[in-house]
Design a protein around this ligand. Structure first.
Ligand SMILES: O=C(O)CCC(=O)C(=O)O
Length: 266
């Protein structure tokens, strides 16, 4: 379903857009189940918190059928193609766990800050579009966004390799305070199946999760094909080198797979 002109305008002004219930419970239940079995395995693409709990699983679309279909799903690819007016390839794919009781912080940052410095991405013509696999609540570490901060461009950042297990180019407190004074902070919440898209320069982060409620979110980082990365430094499974345009699958492909899994289990 194409974005409405009003949604496109909101995205350009505010830097983010939330689309509730874009995926059904049947579709999301399969993804949740597959995510948990990926976390339970010991693939090198699964990164862990210092406690050993899963933090993120990279590149599941390359080895798991349900996530392959999600990574080429028209409900995710088409809105981003509409914004950029160009075909897209997958720059990064990750399933962030924010595990119950132990999920750790994501420091304040802009995604493009890392894509530019670590991967040599020329312009902020990439963005994250994310799918909630669990209910995201105000209490279980939702994403915190600073609306309209994308208009500030690429901000000064420093490489934080110590706060968490995942190195990130992060913003200082003075910068975040200045931008929050202007734009405030929002925390989009919603049921599993909701989709959040946000501009590559939108300032965001998330707090730790000390509740018994896990908060899994899948992030597709979709990059305009002409904006392919020039000087990657991170492993292939974190910053992909396959720049071929994504060909969307059928809209019901994930639902069909969910049904076939269910039948096989009965
Ligand atoms: O999942 C989260 O809480 C934050 C993830 C994030 O900020 C990112 O991947 O850039």
């Amino acid at each position: 379903m194409p974005l409405t002109p009003q949604q496109i305008e909101t995205f350009h002004t505010e830097g983010w857009l939330f689309l509730p219930e874009l995926f059904s419970e049947e579709e999301v239940a399969l993804l949740r189940h597959e995510a948990d079995s990926i976390y339970d395995g010991n693939r090198p693409e699964v990164w862990r918190e210092k406690s050993g709990a899963p933090r993120t699983a990279f590149a599941a679309h390359t080895y798991n059928e349900a996530f392959r279909l999600l990574g080429a799903h028209p409900r995710l690819i088409e809105p981003v193609e509409e914004i950029f007016g160009e075909h897209l390839y997958m720059h990064q794919f990750k399933i962030n766990a924010k595990a119950a009781f132990t999920g750790e912080v994501w420091q304040w940052h802009q995604d493009y800050g890392t894509w530019k410095r670590d991967d040599g991405m020329p312009k902020p013509r990439a963005m994250n579009i994310s799918v909630f696999l669990d209910e995201v609540m105000h209490i279980n570490g939702p994403l915190l966004l600073v609306p309209r901060s994308q208009h500030e461009g690429d901000l000064k950042a420093s490489h934080d390799t110590v706060t968490t297990s995942y190195p990130l180019w992060t913003l200082d407190e003075e910068t975040v305070t200045r931008l929050v004074k202007k734009g405030g902070i929002v925390a989009p919440v919603g049921k599993p199946g909701g989709v959040l898209m946000f501009h590559g320069n939108l300032v965001h982060g998330s707090a730790g999760n000390i509740t018994p409620y896990p908060r899994k979110i899948v992030y597709l980082t979709l990059n305009a094909v002409s904006n392919y990365i020039r000087t990657p430094t991170r492993p292939e499974y974190i910053a992909h080198r396959d720049f071929r345009p994504i060909e969307p699958v059928d809209d019901d492909a994930l639902l069909r797979l969910a049904r076939s899994h269910r039948q096989a289990a009965e």
